[in-house]
Design a protein around this ligand. Structure first.
Ligand SMILES: CC(C)(COP(=O)(O)OP(=O)(O)OC[C@H]1O[C@@H](n2cnc3c(N)ncnc32)[C@H](O)[C@@H]1OP(=O)(O)O)[C@@H](O)C(=O)NCCC(=O)NCCS
Length: 210
């Protein structure tokens, strides 16, 4: 079973074994290691381990995290990653994280991916709040979350230990009602009901058009 979310010019989908090579290639970029907790150096076995975790989580009815690849539809290649982490079903919140390969940056593709995943988080999973943490200095990411409608709440001092160095992050959030209010987030409703229904085929568990 797998996720497939249509997100404008890209698709978000559960990664497969065959995606390890493209993930490995794009995750060699030092900028990704600099601004995230993704291992640096990034090895093939890191990609393989990630894929196993993502698939295991995708099989769960209530996953702790939803880990998706950003797929470039023309080639089917995984060019980035996006996910909901620390999903809390009691308090209805989660944290979002993302990266995209260098050749694909600055085109708004992650903005589209974020909006689609938030749509899924708020409309389908019925979450109340999605947060995002951005290391101080990560200007591209700060611009991108702002454009997606997030509000900066504050600064969390030395709250990540990244390869032995303490990192301070800004915390941003967006609430479900803000998603509704900000038309920027919405795609082209109405969404076909059949697309929102679970388990249409054995291969596709959740299919959403944004
Ligand atoms: C952050 C990231 C996901 C943004 O993806 P993207 O598809 O390039 O995002 P967008 O094109 O929607 O927007 C990026 C914005 O930052 C700007 N930008 C890009 N690199 C920049 C840099 N080094 N310094 C300042 N601004 C930068 C772009 O011009 C764009 O600005 P605009 O809003 O004025 O047009 C991508 O840069 C990335 O993968 N970075 C490395 C990993 C990472 O930081 N992940 C996020 C962790 S919180």
């Amino acid at each position: 079973m797998a996720y497939l979310i249509k997100a404008g010019r890209v698709n978000l989908r559960t990664v497969r074994k065959a995606d390890a090579e493209s993930m490995y290639r794009y995750l060699q970029d030092g900028e990704i290691g600099r601004w995230t907790l993704i291992p640096r150096p990034y090895r093939r076995k890191d990609a393989q381990a990630f894929i196993e975790v993502a698939q295991r989580q995708a099989r769960k009815k209530k996953p702790n995290m939803i880990l998706l690849g950003i797929e470039y539809p023309e080639t089917g290649e995984i060019i980035g990653g996006i996910g909901l982490h620390q999903i809390n079903y009691q308090h209805k919140n989660a944290e979002i994280g993302c990266w995209i390969g260098k050749p694909f940056r600055g085109q708004g593709l992650v903005t589209e991916a974020m909006k689609a995943l938030m749509q899924y988080a708020f409309k389908t999973m019925k979450l109340k709040r999605v947060s995002a943490q951005v290391f101080v200095g990560n200007v591209a990411s700060m611009k991108m979350v702002r454009r997606c409608g997030f509000t900066r709440e504050g600064c969390l001092r030395s709250n990540f230990l990244q390869r032995g160095e303490w990192r301070t992050s800004y915390i941003y959030s967006i609430l479900s009602e803000e998603l509704k209010n900000r038309q920027v987030i919405l795609g082209n409703p109405p969404y076909p009901k059949t697309a929102l229904r679970r388990g249409n085929s054995a291969a596709i568990l959740r299919l959403i058009y944004i």
